[in-house]
Design a protein around this ligand. Sequence first.
Ligand SMILES: Cc1cc2nc3c(=O)[nH]c(=O)nc-3n(C[C@H](O)[C@H](O)[C@H](O)COP(=O)(O)OP(=O)(O)OC[C@H]3O[C@@H](n4cnc5c(N)ncnc54)[C@H](O)[C@@H]3O)c2cc1C
Ligand code: FES
Length: 255
Amino acid sequence: MAKRIEDFTVTEKKSLGNDLFTLELSGKNSLSELMPGQFVQVKIEGSPETFLRRPFSIHDVDYAKNTLKLLIQIAGKGTEALSRLSRGDNLNIIYPLGNSFTLPSENTRILLAGGGCGAAPLLFLGKYLKSNGCSPDILMGFRDSSRIIEYEDYRRIGEVYITTEDGLKGEKGFVTDHSVLSEKRYDRIYCCGPDSMMRAMAAYCKKNNVECEVSLENLMACGFGVCLCCITETVKGKLRTCIDGPVFNINDLKW
Ligand SMILES: Cc1cc2nc3c(=O)[nH]c(=O)nc-3n(C[C@H](O)[C@H](O)[C@H](O)COP(=O)(O)OP(=O)(O)OC[C@H]3O[C@@H](n4cnc5c(N)ncnc54)[C@H](O)[C@@H]3O)c2cc1C
Ligand code: FES
């Protein structure tokens, strides 16, 4: 798929509380076809520390409005600069980058499992699956109930299960502690979030013989395969997370 480097305009910025916000972006040209799991590299103007573009998953796409959305957590200088953007500001992005999730055959029982902001690609994936006749369940883990985001958006896709570490909403504990994992049988789990969560879900899937794909967030520089700073060890050798991933089948990872 051809990569494009284009200026986008911020059409909406929405705070979701707790250092999280979404940016809706619209380009002058029609969006190219985007697949769930792909990401963009964003140019952040302003300081030598943010010289390298920053990678963000495609969180949502609206072809009718010609917009794409990013879900961003403030982590450092670059994301802080993005949080100061407002409607009408410009943002230069390279897209679409990376591979995408493998899409299931009909009647596959699917779970989308995610934690916090790392779950960003799952909304686009869920909507894509729904528009292709699947109705996945969704399992989301949050540190506490104040951090629950986009619940209603996921409700429109499928049955939503929640865990919180303080137990005030949903079941207490981590995503992999949720009772739905012992009560229901899934054929395929797509998992995005903190490394420890994806590894725990991978262990569950291996034990229970469930197909599983995870989306890795290795540190990246170029984002398109030339700098080799994003290498992941796999059973197929050292692979570049930015072009051979970020989505990997857990059986290919040396976890
Ligand atoms: C394929 C991919 C998709 C991503 N999707 C999203 C997304 O949808 N939403 C989102 O908020 N973030 C996402 N990230 C992480 C995001 O790119 C980093 O948080 C961001 O680059 C940090 O930039 P910064 O200048 O604010 O912080 P920096 O000053 O660069 O770093 C601040 C802190 O964040 C850590 N950090 C930097 N990059 C990463 C990374 N890739 N993974 C984990 N920790 C990192 C640094 O080690 C440091 O501790 C994604 C990363 C990748 C590789
Ligand atoms: S980020 Fe440069 S090769 Fe992957």
